[in-house]
Design a binder for this molecule. Structure first.
Ligand code: AMP
Ligand code: GLY
Length: 424
């Protein structure tokens, strides 16, 4: 079969390596892919949001199955267009991708169906948002409703800061049209857990839990990034909590989407906060998380391509999805300066030995060499019987990656290790 994967980051690299394990998969195209993915798939220079070109490519190349990985093409309706051509897809249709594409929608959905989340109000008019803040107390959270590359969330420590965030979004259009509608919500506290799941619209099968590290610097300091590293499983996510999440969040969300006539098929990502009042939803994503995927898929024992096809066909069963009881860690190696200014074009040397995976995110091929082309350059991923072992191995791998101004956090998984010690 010929498979097309839309996207070009570390997440897509991990998906492609896993799909390639299925003997039925003869050919994988990555649109656009990247310099590292080029070793595992044929990269085609078509951007993930160039829907017309993607549609044309799929038709001309008789694609049998498509995986749409990033949020933008999903929210723009790429799956609808490919399905109209008769190409089965892994990923939700436009009307279901709105669960990530509009926070105003997802918050309303949770309120309507009693799914636990932070209390909130939605605003489309600046004066009303400012008036609301007059009577609110800090800290408080201001979110652009639309997609904003994970940057449209401001945790305001004071009401003045919250007002400035609202003005930046609604008046100064800091996040473009994404910020014309703003959600202001209660500040929640507790450990965060990412749970990716497969759902075919009938059942929802959670994958192994994980923990992202969003801040740029050690000790969770510095700016928010697309994610500097991950570990799986997340030690805060106990079997008891998983059962509460299944009953109060996962199944109700899938049922709510069905009731709204927006059946979700694909990977539904639950960003959760374990508060003292129980688990609450921080955000939904309509896709695999990045860099969560880079630790979740290496621990998946079942065949990803089969699971994806069954998810698309609506024939998924619980037995289809199995995970090992090992641990995994991903250390993101970035270009110094990220998430602000950073240089590009540095040659990358990768470790040669086996025992870990390198998933490339921001690199391109130039004259046969791999050079940096993005802020987050790659993820060094390793597994271990214990979390400590997985972390140590991932750091060994990261230490052998070299390019000018390479930077990575030194404390990925540190908090998780502490949590494990505390529960001993
Ligand atoms: P999001 O892009 O919605 O995942 O938000 C980015 C990050 O902001 C989350 O991972 C949380 O750490 C934080 N965050 C979002 N909403 C809240 C909230 N209501 N209370 C506390 N922290 C939040
Ligand atoms: N790691 C968070 C995300 O993919 O949105």
């Amino acid at each position: 079969m010929k498979v097309m994967v839309v996207g070009g980051g570390g997440r897509e690299h991990a998906i492609i390596r896993k799909i390639a394990q299925n003997p039925q998969v003869e050919k994988i195209y990555a649109l656009p892919g990247n310099g590292g993915i080029a070793k595992d798939a044929e990269c085609v220079a078509i951007g993930a949001t160039d829907l017309d070109a993607i549609e044309r490519f799929a038709k001309e190349n008789a694609i049998d199955f498509a995986v749409v990985a990033p949020d933008d093409p999903l929210v723009l309706g790429l799956v609808d267009r490919l399905e109209a051509l008769g190409i089965p897809c892994f990923g939700p249709e436009k009307k279901a991708a709105i669960i990530e594409g509009s926070k105003a929608f997802s918050k309303e959905l949770m309120k309507k169906y009693g799914i636990p989340t932070a209390a909130y109000e939605t605003f489309t008019e600046l004066p009303k948002a400012l008036a609301y803040l007059e009577n609110a107390s800090a800290p408080i959270v201001v979110k652009a409703s639309g997609l904003a590359l994970g940057k449209g969330v401001i945790i305001a420590q004071t009401i003045d800061e919250a007002k400035q965030a609202v003005i930046d979004m609604m008046q100064n259009a800091k996040f473009g049209a994404s910020g014309s509608t703003v959600v202001i919500e209660e500040f929640l506290e507790g450990p965060e857990v990412s749970v990716l799941s497969f759902t075919d619209g009938k059942i929802v099968v959670p994958m192994i839990s994980s923990m992202d590290h969003k801040r740029a610097r050690d000790g969770d300091e510095g700016l928010n990034t697309g994610g500097m590293g991950t570990i799986a499983p997340n030690p805060y996510y106990t079997p008891e909590i998983a059962e509460i999440c299944r009953k109060t969040i996962f199944e109700p969300t899938v049922a709510a989407m069905n009731a709204e006539g927006r059946t979700f098929k694909g990977c539904l990502y639950f960003g959760l906060m374990l508060t003292k009042d129980g688990p609450k939803v921080i955000e939904y994503n309509c896709r695999f998380g990045d860099p969560e995927t880079q630790v979740v898929l290496p621990l998946m024992e079942s065949d990803l391509f089969t699971v994806m096809r069954k998810t698309a066909a609506g024939t998924l069963s619980f037995e289809d999805v199995r995970f090992s009881d090992e641990n995994a860690c991903c250390v993101v190696v970035a270009s110094g300066g990220y998430p602000e200014q950073y240089a590009k074009g540095y040659e990358i040397t990768l470790p040669e030995e086996d025992g870990f995976e390198i998933y490339v995110a921001g690199a391109s091929e130039q004259d046969g060499k791999l050079v940096t082309s993005g802020g987050r350059v790659l993820g060094a991923v390793a597994k271990g019987k214990t979390l400590r072992e997985a972390i140590d191995r991932a750091y060994q791998a990261a230490g052998k990656v070299s390019f000018t101004n390479a930077y990575y956090r030194r404390d990925i998984g540190g908090r998780a290790l502490k949590a494990l010690e505390e529960t001993k």
